[in-house]
Design a protein around this ligand. Structure first.
Ligand code: C2E
Ligand code: MG
Ligand code: MG
Ligand code: MG
Length: 281
C-alpha cells in the first residue's frame, strides 16, 4: 500500500527539510513497527480558559521516540503516515491513548477535555469514521470529553462527504474544532455550514497580535464574527504575557502556547493544571 510517486518524495524533501530523502523512505517502513512497539508517545498541551483562568482541556500531540534518530516531530512523519496509509492506525493509537489518559485523570480527580488532531484525508474514509465511532461507543468516557481538531482542507476536498462525517461524530457528542484558521481560503460564512463548535486561530496571526496592527485586526474580527456564529475561539502560539493580555482584552475564549505550557507528559499535565489553578485562586 506504499504509493510512492517521485513527485511526492521530492515535495516531502522540500517541505520537511529536516530528514534526507533516503531517510524518509526508510522511516515510512519503520512506522508500523513503531506503532506496534509503542515508540510513539502522546504529549498534552494545556488550553487555558480565559474567563476562569483554569485549564479545561488539552491537545494530544504525538511524538516518535526513534531508536536511533531521537525524537521526531509530527511535521516529519505525519505526512509520511498519510502518504503510506498508516495515518488511520496512528490516529486510532493516539485516540486510544487519549481515552485511557482521560479515564486515568478522572480517577485522580481531574476532569478535562482532550483534543485529538484528525488528518484531512481520514475524514473522507468511511472505514475510519466508523472505527472511531466504535472505539468511542465502547469506551467508558463520555464523548463530550473529546474534541476533534480538523483542518479546512478536509472540508474543501469533498464538502458534502466531510459534512456527513463530522455530523456523525458531532451526533455522538464529540466537539469539532477548526485548526489553523486563517491560513486557508475558506471564509467563516462557508464554515458556518459545518457542525463546528470551536475555531483555533493559527499561531502565525496570534503570535504578534499584541504589537502588529493587521494581525490584531484579523484576530479581533475573527473572535467577533465567530462569537456571532456561536463558536468558541482558541488562540494558539501564545509565547508572551502581553499577547495573553491582549487576547483576554478582546474576549477570546481559550489560549494555548508555550507561555502557558509546552506539550508535556500526562503526569506533568496534572501537576501543571494544579499549579495554574493555585496561581489563579
Ligand atoms: P497543530 O495541531 O496546529 O499543533 C500546534 C503545534 O504548535 C504543535 O507542534 C505545538 O507544539 C506547537 N506550539 C504550541 N504552542 C506553541 C508556541 O507558543 N510557539 C510555537 N512556536 N509553537 C507552538 P507539534 O506538536 O510539533 O505538532 C505539529 C503539527 O503536527 C500539529 O499542528 C498537527 O497538525 C500535527 N499533529 C500532531 N499530533 C498529531 C496527531 O496525533 N495526528 C495528526 N493527524 N496530526 C498531528
Ligand atoms: Mg491541532
Ligand atoms: Mg493548530
Ligand atoms: Mg498547526
Amino acid at each position: 500500500s506504499m504509493a510512492l510517486r517521485s513527485g511526492d518524495i521530492w515535495s516531502y524533501h522540500e517541505d520537511a527539510g529536516k530528514v534526507a530523502l533516503e531517510q524518509q523512505v526508510s522511516l515510512m517502513g519503520e512506522l508500523d513497527l513503531a506503532i506496534e512497539r509503542g515508540d510513539l508517545e502522546v504529549l498534552y498541551q494545556p488550553k487555558l480558559e480565559l474567563a476562569t483562568n483554569r485549564v479545561t482541556s488539552a491537545e494530544a500531540l504525538v511524538r516518535w521516540r526513534h531508536p536511533t534518530r531521537g525524537y521526531l516531530s509530527p511535521d516529519t512523519f505525519i505526512p509520511l503516515a498519510e502518504e503510506s496509509d498508516r495515518i488511520g492506525e496512528l490516529t486510532l493509537f493516539v485516540l486510544r491513548r487519549a481515552l485511557d489518559d482521560l479515564a486515568q485523570w478522572s480517577a485522580r480527580g481531574t476532569v478535562i477535555r482532550t483534543a485529538v488532531n484528525i488528518s484531512a484525508r481520514l475524514i473522507a474514509s468511511a472505514q475510519f469514521v466508523g472505527q472511531v465511532e466504535r472505539m468511542i461507543r465502547a469506551d467508558g468516557i463520555a464523548p463530550d470529553r473529546l474534541i476533534f481538531e480538523i483542518t479546512e482542507s478536509a472540508t474543501l476536498r469533498d464538502p458534502a462527504g466531510a459534512r456527513a462525517a463530522l455530523m456523525r461524530w458531532c451526533d455522538l457528542g464529540v466537539a469539532i474544532s477548526m485548526d489553523d484558521y486563517g491560513t486557508g481560503q475558506s471564509t467563516l460564512s462557508y464554515l458556518k455550514n459545518l457542525p463546528l463548535s470551536e475555531l483555533k486561530i493559527d499561531r502565525s496571526f496570534v503570535q504578534h497580535a499584541h504589537q502588529d496592527r493587521s494581525d490584531a485586526l484579523l484576530v479581533r474580527s475573527t473572535v467577533e464574527l465567530a462569537h456571532q456564529l456561536g463558536l468558541k475561539v482558541v488562540a494558539e502560539g501564545i509565547e508572551e504575557a502581553e499577547c495573553l493580555a491582549y487576547l483576554r482584552a478582546i474576549g477570546c475564549d481559550y489560549a494555548q502556547g508555550y507561555f502557558i505550557g509546552k506539550p508535556m507528559a500526562g503526569d506533568d499535565l496534572l501537576l501543571a493544571i494544579e499549579e495554574i489553578a493555585r496561581a489563579a485562586a
